[in-house]
Design a protein around this ligand. Sequence first.
Ligand SMILES: Cc1ncc(COP(=O)(O)O)c(C=O)c1O
Length: 301
Amino acid sequence: MTTCLEHNSTLRPLWILAEEHGVEVDWIGFDDTGYVDPDEVVSHFGKNTKAVVMNHASNVLGTVQNVAPIGRACQERGIHLVLDASQSAGMVPVKMDDLGADIVCFTGHKSLMGPMGIGGMYVRDGVELRKTHAGGTGVRSAERRHLDEYPYRMEYGTPNLPGIAGLRAGVSWVNRLGIGAIHAHEMALWKELREGLAAIDGVTLYCQEPLVGERIAVLAFNVEGFEAMDIGTMLDVDANIACRTGLHCAPMVHEHLGTATNHGAVRFSMGPFNSREHIERAVSAVAEIAASRRKSHQRSC
Ligand SMILES: Cc1ncc(COP(=O)(O)O)c(C=O)c1O
């Protein structure tokens, strides 16, 4: 079982499992505020449900899901909960016991401040993972089969040591500042950004109100009359502001929002190095873009 909030890093493996390995996958939607209803997930459990694989924090909507009730229900039924914490790790607490997760996957280059190309998987004791590949491990080289013992079972080839060292340095930095302080800083900026953008005529914010649950500081929007990617280009070229446009590797989110046909949305994400001045510049750049359409529309009328 999974949700429509997932990133392609989850969706595509699941599609392969469904299409090539006969695994049945159920997709649970999200509501207008960007949250999956835990009761709905649990109500879909069947005799053959083996795992729930779900996003902790959406990379498009920023909503942090209420995972604990799902985790508890999974534990009662012997179902594995696999959590994608790529957006939440380093930003909000990810406590496996409280959430009832058996496996937590994360990427290193987001809020853990590591380099690209490194990530990890935390696996609860007693959860067995099947080998997916085979390769060199650097030990017991006479064995013909890939080793069963950990960590070698999951290590196929030379480890990415620069990535591991970079991730360690990133995590130490985050721990020094404290994730609470980083999250509070980013959310204060996010709040200003959200209020600034909401006040602009022609801007649609996605799942940003009412503010009901926990969040991380990403914000997706569109401006009436523009393709998302054109807004991205104008922000980049005219205002030197970085954003991410398109489907954000989460096509089902955009299908659900009805934005897939408009080539997605524009997403701003706040980081620890952003300041109020950045937010003010971003809001005025978007306001200028929205006003440019109104002016050209008036001219053509
Ligand atoms: C929610 C989510 N899951 C997974 C990933 C994938 O991370 P990676 O590209 O490192 O596999 C990302 C980011 O790109 C993400 O935002």
